[in-house]
Design a protein around this ligand. Sequence first.
Ligand code: SF4
Ligand code: SF4
Length: 267
Amino acid sequence: MMKALRQEAAKLLQEKRAALIIGFAEREGHPALFISKPEDCERLFYDVSCRQNLAAYLSKPEVSARRPVAIVASLAALRSLVVLTAESQAAPGQVLALAVDKDAFLGTFDVAGAAELLRSKYPDLGPEKALLERVGELSKKSVVERAAFWAEEFAKCTRCYACRAACPGCYCARCIVEKNAPQWVSTAALGHGNYSWNIMRAFHQSGRCTLCGACEAACPQGLPLMVLNAALDREALEEFGARPGYDPEGKPVIGSWSAEDDHSYMR
Ligand code: SF4
Ligand code: SF4
């Protein structure tokens, strides 16, 4: 698998189909690797411990300036690439994916090809069983108990925003938590500000999150962010039929409205 991935990446650079490859380094922690010379592709690495979602780099100006770009993309990162395209954050024709799944190299795909691969071979990606079980356990608790659970977790948050930096869906040039005129959310790493920040982060990802796990992996405080992400993923699927990352022209739930939506909550 590694040989095929490295050879294909080098070929993309040689043929100038990509000017930059973003992959994973072999060393501890598998940080992102930015490669522009074919001979350096020997340094590329991938296995399931590579937790970053490299699609997060696609909306960065430093990367946009070096297009065409190819990223090493897990299935979740492929979905993120499709979401970013639907949200006009990744230029079609300027981004390629070196698709990987566990220990297999699946080939090189443009955005349309990635969406087709997902639709045909992986049509119902969603939270893993263990994660769904954690969501199920929590949903059995009362609203008060759930609020107490999350208050305890959110109290550990130091507002470092590593979760935001790791997420391809968090690409606003200026996040609402940094606005101070007016200040919508307290910036102190305390009580209600922490609660607001964490709920808002998850809410903005609902129907857009591809369950890559990069936010939770980046959190130095060990917050169970995937439980929240998965719960909202299920809500978006059940209430709106949203399964993000399959349609490069699809509209995100959070950014669309339909007369058919359930309006019963308005009184
Ligand atoms: S919210 Fe977390 S799991 Fe969802 S796309 Fe962003 S980084 Fe990945
Ligand atoms: S990474 Fe963790 S500690 Fe940092 S802001 Fe996100 S939830 Fe809070």
